[in-house]
Write a protein that binds this ligand. Sequence first.
Ligand code: ZN
Length: 455
Amino acid sequence: MRLYNSGSRTRELFKSDTVNMYACGPTVYHYAHIGNLRTYLFEDFLRRTFEINGKTVKHVMNITDVGHLTSDADDGEDKMVKGAKREGKTVWQIAEFYTNAFLDDIDKLNIKRPTIMCKATDHIEQQIEMIQQLEQGGYTYEVNGNVYFDTSKFDRYADLANLSFDSMQARVESDNAKRQPQDFVLWFTNSKFGDQDMQWDSPWGRGYPGWHIECSAMASHYLGNKIDVHCGGIDHLSVHHTNELAQSECALGVQPWVQFWMHGEFLVTTEKMSKSKNNFLTVSTLEESGYNALDYRYMTLLTHYRKPLQFSWDALTSAKHARERLHKKVQGLHHAGALVGDVKLSELNESYVTRFMSAVNDDLNMPLAIAVLHDCVKDHDVSENERYILVEWMDRVLGLNLTLSQVIPPKIIELADQRLKAREQEDYARSDMLRDEILSLGYTILDTKEGYIFK
Ligand SMILES: [Zn+2]
């Protein structure tokens, strides 16, 4: 596998058989925008590509439920409090509600759930410990009750973003208490946002952590001192990831902390769309407009992750039609049955295996991988059964559920999830009622050890 490393700005060979992967997760104060979800889709393609290469992936993602600092800088508005006021809830309720909404979205997009998802509020102790390590190493200072990271103490601070140290001043809001504009807060006791519900005791007083420290602390807690791949949106590169790297290398005394930095590009909306009233696009808005979340997944496969993705309703409609046609063609292939478990690649058509693997292993060239899949589906020189098996194998990376006989409508999945919850709470009357409702919509639900399946 060759992957583009933002750290070295070159394509490098990825060698390790086990992959410690850290991905910056959502701030849970609102629904995720499909632009944010593009990043998680890219990370899912990456993870699945590692897996099809036989690598074992430990994928850790944080949930930022301490929402005070969510801008690219280390300041900005308090979005959790804003969300709570907007909806008349507490910040804790907001965090729980939008964490669940995020999980629903990634399930619908067929993004594999991370091996570990960790909340910032569950790891305050680890964050305090890391700040103490930085303090002992002489990397911090305290002003007006807040603890800052002193970026002048870390020579390589500007390296990741490939900028000059001086040019990095412009990224952050001015704060007279800082020794350098580039410095950032590790712990607040003196909040510019006034009273907060989310506060904890610390050696520096009662307060809450800065935004960047949670990723460094949780990454080392779950993955140790070395990370193979750290990914996120390109907007994280010059501030958040730069600050994470500084904290981790200084606190842990390692270099490099991360082998591969990988960043997904933005989603760009057309002028027409940005003028429309409804330009905060979520998975639900797509569904309400008659699309399946997988249409969007298919659409993101058509543009390389390091290129901006142009979103328009027309492009989404073309993606929908293409995915539906592909699904229908695959369903029409005469086959002996779906594959379960490992595929013996040596028994599959060598040309398609090679072409597909070289596409995905070439820095995740998914547009080419999709083209290989289309070629394979219509190749009459290959038996229908073998084509079907090849599709199933390729779809382990693409994640389009092409060999499932039908895509289960989100409404059915929602009811099934509610039923699962009812069963967990031993509310069998409700569970039975939901089963009947699902049945009336044409689906039979069967319980399994892991949850449920549809028939
Ligand atoms: Zn992060």
